[in-house]
Design a protein around this ligand. Structure first.
Ligand code: ATP
Ligand code: MG
Length: 173
């Protein structure tokens, strides 16, 4: 019997979004349907956007701008897109037609004041039994981690970025 869970990937190291994408691949292998919403991202450069067209049952929607959000002073468009993403997440979760729903960088959207922690807590609340919800991003709120079934913290020990190696296709994006 499949039981839907709430999974959080947080921490300051690299691998949260890619962990969620790994879960997506695994779920697709079981014939499950996956819906991923990327908050604060708006660039078709990401390999996962390109890969989505080759994968069955995988929908990926970006709800952000290609530019960085200013912490403490988000733009109107940043706020609007984040709210749109939240509304879309609510609809998809409630409909229960996707076994796996991934809200990528949603923790950052909360930390940056684009969304409220309560908004995300409500999504966990309304989630049908069979739906697994994945919440990624640094600085996950304590309230969200408390409510989740699993929390993994990716810890930065070393990053090639600090050797001056710029973002690599297939690794960073
Ligand atoms: P990825 O998308 O590669 O799985 P992530 O989701 O864990 O990484 P984010 O916190 O969302 O990482 O950061 C996005 C980008 O910042 C990625 O390109 C990642 O390589 C880079 N990054 C993540 N952690 C670090 C770090 N500790 N130092 C420098 N850059 C980092
Ligand atoms: Mg990420």
């Amino acid at each position: 019997m499949r039981k839907g869970l709430t999974l959080v990937y947080t921490g300051n190291g690299k691998g949260k979004t890619t962990a969620a994408l790994g879960l997506a691949l695994r779920a697709i292998g079981h014939g499950q349907r996956v819906f991923m919403i990327q908050f604060m991202k708006g660039s078709a450069e990401y390999g996962e956007i390109q890969a989505a067209q080759y994968l069955p049952h995988f929908t990926l929607v970006q709800k952000g701008l290609p530019t960085f959000v200013k912490k403490g002073d988000p733009g109107r468009e940043d706020l609007r897109l984040a709210r749109e993403g939240l509304e879309l997440a609510r609809q998809v979760i409630q409909a229960g037609e996707h076994e796996l729903v991934i809200l990528d960088e949603v923790n950052v959207a909360v930390d940056y004041g684009l969304l409220k922690a309560e908004d995300v807590l409500e999504l966990i609340e309304i989630k049908p039994e069979g739906v697994t919800l994945v919440l990624t991003g640094r600085y996950a709120s304590d309230k969200i981690m408390e409510k989740a079934d699993m929390v993994s913290e990716v810890k930065d020990i070393k990053h090639h970025y600090r050797q001056g190696i710029p973002s690599q296709p297939g690794i960073e994006y």
